[in-house]
Design a protein around this ligand. Sequence first.
Ligand code: 8YV
Length: 309
Amino acid sequence: MSHHLLITNKMVKVCEPELEAIYQVERLYNQNDPLKFLAGNGDKYRAIAGADVSAEMMALMPNLEMISSFGVGYDSVDTAAAKARNIRVTNTPDVLNDAMAEITVGLMIALSRRLVEAHNFVAKGGWENAGFPLQSELRGKTVGIIGLGRIGKEIAARAQAMKMRVVYFGRTHQHDQPYVYYDDLKHMARDVDWLVAMTPGGAGTDKLVDAEILDALGENGYFVNMARGSVVDQAALVAALENKKLAGAVLDVFADEPHVPDALKNMDNVVLSPHQGSATTQTRAAMGALVMANLAAFFADEPLLTQVV
Ligand code: 8YV
């Protein structure tokens, strides 16, 4: 008899057929009333695949031992509740570093060269009547990365390929890294042209980029959020953009996805992206494979591959 497995989140779709071949799968995201479903069936499951696991859900799953989370960030899993019950949590690090870094630099170029606007300019016939305004390039600019982790380092490498100067802010000075370190985010924001957020979400970084930091970045500065919507004070960001206190922004993540404030939708100095940092076929397949490998290790009583809790 195969094991029961609860899938909590649609992201896992990429490996659902493979999971179904091995486990007796139930999709919580198809339930009208997920908590009611768990109240009746929660005791069946020792393992979950997917994100978005609250303490309330865990409480309805007395036999839960493992959450194989899809994504490198696991802020949508209540890790305190998991820890308290010795429920192990795994994530999908590394396999998405390149996809994340590629799109980050791609979106930065899209903003600095106004690629979305340029496309519309050509498509709507504007070019027939006039030239497109001159734009700016990344070369020679300073980028400050908030969170020089595995993804941050890949962004740094690509920024250097663009001939940018790289500096970073984070909890620790990484002496083996060739970039200038700031232990004060406001100081870094003051000194950079581009501020890129690539730090985990959750309580520790909630509204880390607030009105004061945006003010320090200033009217010639660009803000890029590839991390989590929670990392920036979204209302302060909208206000800074509306009041021309910021040169522009690239936003892949938002406070209340998939809802995006209307104010951001019609600004030609803002590039919007639907939380798609890791969204390539290759990378999502690799993330799915890691979700599966962690589950396989768990059920085989072997060490988990990428345990975070
Ligand atoms: C996923 C991500 O879209 O890995 C992450 O942390 O943000 C993305 O790759 C997300 O985790 C889906 O749940």
